[in-house]
Design a protein around this ligand. Structure first.
Ligand SMILES: Cc1ncc(COP(=O)(O)O)c(C=O)c1O
Length: 428
């Protein structure tokens, strides 16, 4: 147990860092960790289990976050790990600090081991970066392509994946082709067939989001990658939303590159990202940021994490986030996220003036529900709903043309009720 003096120091620091009153920081961070509710409750009284678990988050009672698709809420063990690391580093108790961005110290080694086991890849195929946007750029800017080579992207890519390719096309004469995704898709075959029809003999790379950013659809990554591989085409998957939202097995998906942003659904500290690079592809990529070891191929994927001094404390928090997730159990987390999303879908489906953009089959959605005004309903826009949400301090993603709701394990049924009230009022 930490001495009282250290607790107070931690609370003072957390209060300044997180912008919360000292008393609140002391209450939350000065005690020993908040225990999880008994696991038995999960089957006997799940509502009490999930209500009890909410004590793990700092999230204020008068704020509702239904947008962890942008950034998630880090639970207390993650904040503690990060804050303790900052304090200990500033006291120069961390021998390896500040060498993230250079040597792989013991903490990073352990983190990559845990992440690799979780994602079902080898540690040597995993680079630590700052977010999915950076991971995507490492791939796009690192690949040699020549004028006339073609890249196939979907029409639903986030700028963090689409724009690196746009720049590549503008600089190097690479041609971008677009596959228009069905909205909503009826079947896996329908999606794969569209990719199949859009491939040409000049396609070198297929790029798509594992979970689309606006519509929240889970794309059949394994089937798309299988198709591309059968044509000798590289696959780059933007999994910004996937890590922590759905179970992942990247070797089973069989892609060449996979980017993720654990600060979303894995609830890691902001500014953490991972990049999987298939072993055979490691030598095909140039680094984006060159410093020592830029061409040390023996370093495998860690060559791409060698980009100058960076923030080790957030990586310590990423390890804590993964431990938190594993402690709860990825399947339990997924089941809860998905169950809440199903409830939101069911509720939204009651409005004849709205359409849900991700398909109804379970395999097409995880914790995201996106809806938009029905085609042909003239001037209906969703701004009044957005305004009603804002007036109740509910964070959602979207605007007048669509709204995206993200449900996570910290989401409480009463918060969803508040959202339904906002929806009713906005559509009245
Ligand atoms: C599919 C996709 N890719 C990339 C990003 C960008 O994420 P980040 O800002 O963490 O790089 C997002 C963000 O929502 C996204 O949905």
């Amino acid at each position: 147990m930490l001495p009282r003096r250290d607790f107070i120091q931690r609370a003072a620091f957390a209060a300044a860092l997180l912008g919360i009153p000292f008393q609140r920081a002391e209450q939350i961070l000065c005690t020993q960790s908040v225990p999880f509710p008994s696991r038995d409750l999960l089957s006997s009284d799940p509502l009490r289990y999930w209500t009890g678990l909410r004590a793990q988050w700092l999230l204020a009672p008068d704020r509702i976050n239904l947008n962890c698709g942008s950034v998630g809420c880090s639970p207390l063990p993650v904040l503690r790990a990060m804050i303790d690391h900052i304090l200990s580093a500033e006291e120069y108790r961390e021998p390896a600090y500040p060498w993230f961005g250079y040597e792989e110290n013991d903490r990073l080694h352990a983190l990559r081991d845990s992440l690799a086991a979780y994602l079902h890849v080898n540690r040597d195929e995993l680079a630590l970066v700052r977010n999915a946007t950076e991971a995507n750029n490492v791939v796009v800017n690192g690949l040699d392509l020549k004028p006339g080579d073609e890249v196939l992207l979907t029409d639903q890519e986030h700028p963090g994946g689409r724009c690196p390719w746009e720049q590549k096309a503008a600089r190097f004469g690479v041609k971008l082709n677009t596959v228009v995704l069905p909205k909503p898709p009826a079947s896996t075959e329908e999606i794969v067939e569209r990719f199949q029809n859009a491939l040409t003999p000049k396609t070198r790379v297929v790029f798509f989001s594992h979970i689309t950013t606006v519509t929240g659809v889970i794309l059949p990554a394994k089937e798309i990658c299988g198709l591309a591989r059968s044509r000798g085409v590289l696959t780059q998957v933007d999994g910004a939303h996937a890590i922590g939202q759905i179970p992942l097995d990247l070797h089973d998906i069989d892609c060449d590159f996979y980017a993720s942003s654990p600060h979303k659904w894995l609830m890691a500290p902001k500014g953490t990202g991972t990049l999987y690079i298939r072993d055979e592809r490691l030598k095909d990529l140039w680094v984006n940021i060159a410093t020592a070891n830029w061409n040390n191929y023996d370093m495998k994927a860690y060559r791409f994490s060698w980009f100058g001094t960076s923030n080790l404390s957030v990586m310590v928090g990423l390890k804590a986030a993964l431990d938190f997730h594993q402690q709860l159990g990825p399947d339990v987390v997924y089941a809860r996220i998905h169950e809440l999303a199903s409830q939101v879908r069911e509720r939204v489906a009651r409005y004849p003036q709205l359409s849900i953009t991700n398909a109804s089959a379970d395999r097409f959605y995880g914790g995201l529900v996106t809806f938009e005004p029905n085609q042909g309903k003239g001037k209906l826009d969703l701004k009044p709903v957005m305004d009603q949400c804002a007036s109740r301090n509910i964070r959602v993603a979207g605007g007048p043309d669509h709204i995206r709701i993200a449900t996570h394990i910290f989401t409480q049924p009463v918060e969803l009720d508040t959202f339904y009230t906002a929806l009713d009022a906005g559509l009245a």
